[in-house]
Design a protein around this ligand. Structure first.
Ligand code: NAD
Length: 391
């Protein structure tokens, strides 16, 4: 079986799905590894390092012709999609809940789609495959650094002959994997850190990292399924935004990380809350992306400054900006999943396996992952009843 690593082409994407260090592990399971020329360039892994590790460096055409399993970081580009044929498989962060159309396309072509985002994350044997966590860790770290580098003052308290600087007050909104890493990093830089999440069970984790947990009186627990948050009702959302605004105004740097799987990120910082912040404050919006963000007016991958001097950084894909570390983690996650799914040198699809039931999105021409299939059925039903064409 040939496993093939493509060169990413998404905007700002510098990660690669496999690093040279992982090749020996795949080869010892009887797999051959093809690497598209230049695939590791963005993360400083030269073609020669892949070749030395035992991979064959090929052109994209050779890769698509020879691959049994294509490894990608994010959504494959149109050229790859057009080049895939029935019987091939693709594995990456395909985000089927946000992009179910991609799953439908791959199913129609007879391609098996395997997405790391569907992994059952609370299963202990799957932890080494958890790319959402590994990438959120990298991103949370970078968010704190970005906040510190953009803020025009110090994070730590500094006493010098020229005077004493007070420590920065940093607020983290959303304390999942990325938020907790941002707390730890901001604390190591010497900031005074507060944090809030709609899942009150994160309080002890925040405190163990030296942060102060903010409890809101207007919103009760919004813990949903699988350790994730549920979406708030409109009433809850407005109450939360209003109560948070007073806390936000007291902080120098705010990092937002809130997500609800498969939905638009919740708006946590409104225009009014931004207006109440002091000039020189910094907001890093890690929820920023094509569906929206956690901060009013934030623009994905752009930095803007409001009229009252607040810098807002649209930072939805920070893991890609630390490409060496994030690719090394991702490659370990991907290799662990590939090895889990390979038996006797071949990919073995078994939807009765708990891990595979989450990650295998399409197989044998159909969308088989229930959550994605339900989304597509809903979309097609909506299109039928509105008289539009079904996808
Ligand atoms: P995520 O990226 O889905 O969301 C980030 C955070 O935003 C979450 O903590 C969520 O509660 C919070 N959030 C959502 N809506 C909000 C709102 N309106 N206001 C404030 N906060 C809001 O989360 P994640 O980092 O992927 O982690 C999700 C869960 O999965 C966590 O419980 C985490 O501990 C769990 N997890 C468990 C394991 C494991 O058991 N091995 C591994 C990884 C993650």
């Amino acid at each position: 079986m040939k496993v093939a690593v493509v060169k990413e082409s998404g905007p700002g994407e510098r990660r690669v799905a496999l690093v040279p260090e992982m090749i020996a592990r795949l080869r010892s399971a009887g797999l051959d590894v093809l690497v598209e020329s230049g695939a590791g360039d963005g993360a400083w892994f030269a073609d020669s390092t892949y070749a030395e590790a035992g991979a064959t460096v090929v052109s994209r055409e050779e890769l698509l012709a020879g691959a049994d399993l294509v490894l990608t970081v994010g959504r494959p580009d149109e050229q790859i999609l057009d080049g895939l044929r029935s019987g091939q498989a693709i594995l990456g962060m395909l985000n089927p809940l946000a992009d179910p159309g991609l799953a439908a396309t791959l199913a129609a072509r007879g391609v098996t789609a395997i997405s790391l985002d569907g992994l059952p994350r609370t299963l202990s044997r799957a932890q080494g495959m958890d790319a959402l966590s590994s990438q959120a860790n990298v991103a949370g770290y970078k968010a704190a650094l970005l906040g510190a580098a953009t803020f025009g003052r110090f994070f730590p308290m500094l006493t010098t002959a020229a005077g004493t600087a007070r420590p920065a007050k940093v607020l983290i909104l959303g304390t999942g994997v990325a938020g907790l890493q941002a707390i730890g990093t901001a604390r190591r830089l010497g900031a005074v850190v507060s944090a809030y999440d709609v899942r009150p069970q994160t309080k002890t984790e925040v405190q163990s990292l030296g942060g102060t947990f903010i409890e809101l009186t207007s919103v009760s627990s919004a813990a949903g399924e699988g350790g994730y948050a549920r979406a708030l009702t409109d009433e809850e959302r407005h109450a939360q935004q209003a109560e948070l605004a007073a806390h936000i105004a007291r902080h120098d740097v705010v990092i937002t990380t809130a997500q609800v799987p498969g939905r638009k990120p919740p708006l946590l910082i409104t225009e009014d809350a931004l207006k109440a912040m002091s000039a020189g404050s910094v907001v890093v919006d890690m929820g920023s992306g094509p569906l929206g963000g956690n901060v009013a007016g934030s623009v994905p991958d752009q930095t803007i400054v409001t009229g009252n001097g607040v810098t807002i950084i649209g930072a939805g894909n920070l893991a890609a900006t630390v490409p060496g570390a994030s690719s090394a983690f991702l490659a370990r996650n991907i290799s662990a999943l590939v090895l889990h799914m390979v038996a006797d040198g071949a990919l073995t699809i078994d939807p009765t396996d708990e891990i595979q039931a989450g990650v295998v999105i399409t197989h044998d021409g159909a969308v088989i992952q229930p959550a994605t299939a339900a989304l597509l059925a809903e979309a097609s039903h909506g299109a039928d009843t509105s008289g539009g064409a079904t996808p």
